[in-house]
Design a binder for this molecule. Structure first.
Ligand code: GBH
Length: 480
């Protein structure tokens, strides 16, 4: 039991690499966005970040000390194709990833690689980014190059990190670049293209590489568990299900089910479009051929999760955000959480067990990998990070309950993150790392936190050993 379980840690290119214009790398939308004063807390940027571009050996040393079975990271598209296209290949960028991958393999650490974690080459934003269906081919040619170049050693591929964030935060809320604030339509158009791009890349892997390389490929949605506010009210239960369908099913229903969007999305968006006197639904329609092309384009189920929320049914007016959902969402289930720096990411560990069971039921027992899970703590010197230890203890405990008691087909768990890094709009303020990084020191030294020692112990024991279960907590917890 549990022998092949893959314990690991995760990171992403823009958040750790730095070297933003080193050795011929092209600019990405996050390079340009962070360079404009006022966009990021404290005007922080990822220009240097953890300097991982220059610290392959140091990073591998940390991974070895943790004893991880896998390391999940992402590739910077514009480090490999500076202008986003395959007519110019930056060999220095390719060298960097080869050194990293070779180092991992040499140390028996399985590389798990995401092709796109939000850092689109600026040159491709200049032609409309993910609103332009030319991106389907362009993403495919980048992926094709990566399979060809790294696929002899990389056997686990993720196309898109959190497609809902790309579509919604980038094109609906407009909080992330390209900062388009068009909640009613742009996210649906973008998601439509993202799904086709994902499917195209899957088929390329299938047609050209799977036979010789033998890996798996999927995508990685962000999921928060939602609990109905009044569990005895069927309208709240429906609202909670709607939330998961709009958040997750948007991408996974087409891929894991029937090639098409969830019924409730088609119904809600279609209805509202009609009320707006629009000639057709704002939710685009797939042709029968496209549905067939998209259906089944994932070998395993991956997801990221940080928190759980409460949902109640509501008859909504046209509110700016999530207005199709017909519901109110409140940020937290459990107000006992002491100090998560990100106010809408409170820890609710039991939500993860329910979420795992929901995935099992909804998608018929797929093999599941948790790719990101962790907590941001607002402090600069938190080597003694009891809060994070508590988070991992409770979340991993619930993960193991789902595995052992509920027979969820779980294959791996990855902590976010290997080390403190650039936390998007929040700059270097909230820290998610198992290792502390000193961002004031040009050498960016890494120091293991207590949570790193704790997690290493869990990995070594393939679960939470008895002596760690007795870990003394310094604050009281109200169990849900
Ligand atoms: C993950 O997303 C990311 O994949 C990872 O890069 C990041 O470091 C990690 O979270 C920790 O935060 O306030 O309107 O701008 C988790 C899902 C989606 C939650 C975006 C925060 C911000 C919405 N995240 N969301 S907004």
């Amino acid at each position: 039991m549990f022998e092949d379980f893959s314990w690991g840690v995760s990171s992403s290119a823009y958040q750790i690499e730095g070297g933003w214009d080193a050795d011929g790398k092209g600019p990405s939308i996050w390079d340009n966005f962070t360079h404009i004063p006022g966009n990021i807390k404290n005007n922080d940027t990822g220009d240097i970040a953890c300097d991982s571009y220059n610290k392959v050996e140091e990073d591998i040393y940390l991974l070895r000390a943790l004893g991880v079975k896998n390391y999940h990271f992402s590739l910077s598209w514009s480090r490999i194709f500076p202008s986003g296209r395959n007519n110019l290949i930056n060999s220095h960028g390719v060298d960097y990833y080869n050194r990293l991958i070779d180092g991992l393999v040499a140390n028996n650490i399985t590389p798990m690689v995401t092709l796109y974690h939000w850092d689109l080459p600026q040159a491709l934003q200049d032609i409309g980014g993910w609103e332009n269906s030319a991106l389907i081919d362009l993403f495919d040619s980048f992926a094709d190059f990566c399979f060809q170049t790294f696929g002899d050693r990389v056997k686990f591929w993720i196309t898109l990190n959190e497609p809902q964030v790309i579509a919604w935060v980038g094109y609906g809320l407009g909080a992330f670049p390209p900062n388009i604030n068009d909640p009613g339509t742009a996210p649906y158009r973008v998601a439509h293209i993202l799904l086709k791009a994902h499917a195209r890349v899957y088929h390329t892997y299938d047609d050209k590489y799977r036979a010789s390389q033998g890996g798996v490929i999927t995508l990685c949605p962000n999921i928060e568990w939602v609990e109905p506010k009044t569990p005895t009210d069927p309208r709240d239960i429906e609202a909670a299900d709607r939330h998961l369908q709009f958040l997750v099913g948007w991408f996974t229903h087409p891929i894991f089910k029937n090639g098409d969007y969830p019924e409730v999305m088609k119904w809600k968006v279609g209805n509202r479009s009609e009320l707006q006197n629009l000639p057709s639904s704002r939710l685009p329609v797939f042709t029968a051929e496209e549905r067939e092309y998209i259906r089944g384009t994932a070998d395993v189920f991956c997801f990221n999760t940080y928190t759980s929320k409460i949902v109640t049914h509501a008859v909504t007016q046209l509110r700016p955000f999530s207005y199709e959902y017909d519901q109110e969402v409140s940020t937290s289930v459990d107000s006992s959480w002491p100090s998560s720096a990100i106010s809408d990411q409170r820890a609710v560990a039991w939500g993860l067990r329910r979420l795992l069971n929901w995935i099992k039921e909804e998608y018929e027992n797929p093999p599941i990998y948790i790719i990101e899970n962790g907590v941001g703590v607002k402090t600069t010197s938190d080597v003694d990070d009891n809060t994070r230890i508590f988070y991992y203890k409770t979340y991993i405990d619930e993960t193991l309950k789902a595995y052992n008691l509920d027979n969820v087909n779980l294959r791996g768990y990855n902590a976010w993150s290997l080390m403190d890094n650039f936390e998007w709009l929040n700059g270097y303020d909230p820290r998610f790392g198992l290792h502390q990084v000193d961002f004031d020191n040009p050498n960016r030294p890494r120091t293991p936190k207590r949570s790193a020692v704790y997690y290493a112990e869990i990995i070594r024991n393939n679960g939470i050993p008895i002596h760690l279960q007795l870990f003394k907590l310094s604050f009281t917890v109200i169990e849900g």
